[in-house]
Ligand binder design. Sequence first.
Ligand code: ATP
Ligand code: MG
Length: 427
Amino acid sequence: MKLQRPKGTNDILPSESYKWQFVEEKARLVFGGHQYQEIRTPLFEHYEVISRSVGDTTDIVSKEMYDFYDKGERHITLRPEGTAPVVRAFVENKLFAPEYQKPYKVYYAGAMFRYERMQKGRYRQFHQIGAEVFGSDNPATDVESMAMVMTYFEQLGIKNTSLHINTLGNTESRANYRKALIDFLMPHFEELSEDSKRRLHENPLRVLDSKDAKDKEVVKNAPSILDFLDEESSKHFETVKTMLEALEIPYVIDTNMVRGLDYYNHTIFELMATISGKELTVAAGGRYDKLVEYFGGPETSGFGFALGIERLLLLLEEEKVEIPNPNQVDVYVVSLGEAVNVETLKLVQSIRKQGFSAERDFLNRKAKAQFKTVDKLAAKLVITIGEGELEKAEANVKNADTREEKAYPLKELYRDFSVIYDDLIKG
Ligand code: ATP
Ligand code: MG
């Protein structure tokens, strides 16, 4: 019997979950400020939604899918990425209709599933925050999206990232390049990894993206896509570069970058960072002008990206970014003796209803142990209530910081706690 979590999954415990909330909230703020709204799609999809759009020969589809047949014999897969489901939803819900603002901008945050080999920063259930824009082929959309990711990282306090960009051109440019690449790779066929031998005819661009050392050696001298761009493709890329420069965003052109998914064209990018001495991609995306049509929608261009939350948190640690722990409690009620159990319950509930965070002792511990908890929780105010106080219908309230202390009638605590709070905290 296996009573442990499945390989490649994590329990996100309270000692970590506040960090998740922090990065998610910051994303909502930054993306919201760029006029993106949240979309939530199912955790599972029909297999075909992912397979042909992401690409049958990609690692994701050929090796990493969590797919199965459900009780109705439907071929289902847990979602391995967010773009294909969002495009599916865009078409299915007719979000291209004229009543919706164009470009149409959405973001998502949630779990993705890939059957991967375990490594640092690589899991089987992992989490992404991503955004998609529909209906603009303006290169300013590409640049605004990349700039938004950069702003997000900056606002989190991350400094050392580098933006890598490339273009895959339009369909014609890519087809011409594909031919040239096959011609270049054929004489090296025997030197390639088994995966790349297979990729060579199915999807030769993916050989460029291989992580295999032998493949990397071969593709070092491969022709560059930049020499195969037609006028439209090269104009788009040039404009992207000019716009990045206008925003003073530094970038590196990496002509061997192709990304792991098939649906991209024109601009693609990766945001790289060094985690434990290893260069890792923390955010990645690009333009996909044919995907909406593939799902049966009208011709609509798209641009999107996703970032991995696990890797983002590793990076925050690496860069020693302090994440504020929001769990500081306003009030701790030191409750002394069985006789005040009910009064303590009522008091704590009342204080919470009045908008303050509060905690109390439940274990009938000695005063000393309870005051230790006050320190641990860094409570701002301490209310002490025992039998004596209960008889007089009052309680002692103390500012844990200044040690200033006063007795208040219980009635006042129940009626308007904020007066007492202000009295002792703001003096
Ligand atoms: P790689 O080449 O590293 O496998 P990918 O091309 O599969 O990356 P994308 O599908 O573009 O990655 O995903 C975007 C981001 O999601 C990655 O940059 C990374 O931060 C994160 N990510 C992808 N796969 C995983 C995983 N198995 N575990 C944790 N994070 C992941
Ligand atoms: Mg991958």
